[in-house]
Write a protein that binds this ligand. Structure first.
Ligand code: MG
Ligand code: MG
Length: 295
């Protein structure tokens, strides 16, 4: 499997996880088990609905912001420029998206007033809103020195989230996606990325903890749930089903798990029935951007 097809699987995985998880966003695992009692208590089909009353196969801000960011990178010859990122997110907000995070909205409104494409540092801006949209940066900087990858991650993240834990998650996700694109195994990635992340930021520790159910929008809870599912559950479909059935910010845990598991397992692992259910325009945009960004 070549990096291009893994990149496409990562981008489609992001959209599939978003579409699957949105149905059960903000629910508890108990509520999900009750609602899907006739499906053995497990939500595992792309059917829309949820608190957003999403049409089947449609996606939310996670995929929407990633696509806006990817377009701006492509329009800038593959460069991740602060002002271009901020303008792309602002244009996306003006398009009246179906959902938008509080931190994203607040700091984009600040950008409109100040023209400054970097939000002020804030210990409170540790939501998952920058991490969920980092994939286009990982693809555009594939093959670049690690320092450049990290710098580009921070440029895109700091438009709305200027926070050390958010940065740690964004950088981890971009570098891990790139490892998987190169064909590295989960065991290798565990040693060279996951363990060092937990060593540097013990808040992300997830192995010794109980299963992280109902993960909220705090990037630490999001990453704990995603890493538990990625490490403990085999295969693309089962990994995404596991993480979204924990409820909480399920579209975002689904999206992030989808990009990682997509890059790890590749296109053949994506369930055909999910791809068929995905909005054709979203599917084409994700696949097209993945190929264009990786060059
Ligand atoms: Mg969302
Ligand atoms: Mg969400």
């Amino acid at each position: 499997m070549n990096p291009r097809s893994r990149a496409e699987a990562a981008y489609l995985g992001l959209a599939l996880g978003d579409a699957l998880g949105a149905t059960v966003e903000f629910m508890t695992p108990r509520e999900i088990a009750h609602q899907y009692a006739q499906q053995s208590g497990v939500h595992r089909e792309i059917i829309g609905g949820g608190w957003l009353k999403l049409r089947p196969g449609h996606v939310t801000d996670d995929t929407g912001m990633a696509l806006a960011l990817g377009e701006s990178i492509l329009a800038n010859d593959g460069r991740v420029e602060p002002l271009a990122c901020a303008q792309a997110f602002d244009a996306w907000m003006r398009s009246k998206p179906i959902d938008i995070g509080n931190t994203v909205r607040r700091n984009l409104l600040l950008f409109r007033r100040s023209g400054c494409a970097e939000a002020p540092p804030s210990e409170y801006d540790a939501g998952n809103g920058a991490a969920m949209r980092v994939l286009p940066v990982a693809l555009a900087t594939f093959g670049c020195p690690e320092a450049e990858v990290i710098a580009a991650c921070r440029v895109q993240a700091h438009v709305t989230h200027h926070n050390a834990m958010s940065d740690a998650a964004c950088e981890f996700l971009a570098l891990t996606v790139q490892d998987f694109l190169r064909g590295e195994s989960l065991q290798q990635v565990f040693r060279q990325r996951i363990q060092p992340l937990v060593d540097a930021h013990p808040a992300f520790a997830f192995r010794q903890r109980a299963r992280r159910e109902n993960p909220g929008g705090w990037v630490v809870e999001t990453m704990q749930a995603v890493l538990q599912a990625l490490v403990d559950v085999d295969g693309f479909e089962n990994c995404l089903v596991d993480v979204v059935n924990r409820g909480g910010d399920a579209d975002t845990t689904g999206a992030i798990a989808g990009m990682l598991a997509g890059a790890l397992h590749g296109l053949p692992a994506l369930p055909p029935r999910w791809l068929k259910a995905l909005d054709p325009a979203v599917r084409a945009a994700c696949a097209g951007q993945a190929r264009a960004l990786i060059g």
